[in-house]
Design a protein. Structure first.
Length: 202
């Protein structure tokens, strides 16, 4: 029950990395992420207080909020990921974890999985450039998430996509992940410590 958990801001390149990593890994891993969870809701619950909606936080930055239906869906998504991990060679997750309640929920949902945590970083000016260029994101999301997405997280590996090529990023993740898996296989007693995902930095 192995999970590669990619966490970072919108437009950091996680989805491209996840897709390329999926093609590289053997045995084959399945892939899912927060965008898949969003897509499960009908459009009428997008930008709706029961589903997912945007406002401004105390800093004046764009904030994504989860209504009761949206939060329930994200919790179901975490448990679906755990179920996939239980019946596959591994799962690659493409996520944006912004709140303590969701960090704690992921920790609970993946408690029985071996989780390889990857922090995906990118400089804010490049995030904002990509956000505008892609044309499918509310402008300001990247800036709103930038100071929040890595708070309270502890990673097995951190990568920066600002100027590093996607191929280099994927190669680094794949190499480190394979070494991590070999370490688990050779030292099963380590699993108890590694198995707890989303470990607090403090």
């Amino acid at each position: 029950m192995t999970v590669v958990f990619l966490n970072g801001c919108t437009s950091a390149g996680k989805t491209s990395v996840a897709r390329a990593l999926q093609e590289m890994l053997h045995p084959a891993h399945v892939r899912t992420g927060i965008d898949d969870a969003f897509a499960m809701l009908p459009l009428k619950l997008h930008n709706h207080p029961d589903g997912f909606f945007f406002d401004r936080d105390s800093r004046g930055e764009v904030r994504l909020n989860n209504g009761p239906v949206g939060l329930a869906l994200l919790k179901a998504h975490a448990r679906m990921a755990a179920a996939l991990a239980g019946v596959s060679a591994g799962v690659i997750l493409d996520e944006v974890v912004l709140e303590e309640v969701l960090r704690d929920d992921w920790r609970e949902a993946l408690a029985d999985c071996d989780v390889f945590m990857v922090g995906v970083h990118c400089a804010l000016p490049e995030l904002e450039r990509r956000e505008v260029a892609r044309g499918d994101r509310l402008i300001g999301q990247a800036r709103g998430q930038f100071d929040l997405v890595h708070v309270g997280m502890s990673y097995d590996l951190e990568v920066d996509t600002t100027s590093t090529t996607p191929a280099e990023v994927v190669s680094r993740i794949a190499d480190a992940y394979q070494r991590w898996r070999l370490m688990l296989a050779s030292s099963p007693t380590l699993s108890a410590g590694i198995r707890t995902p989303l470990r607090r930095a403090d």
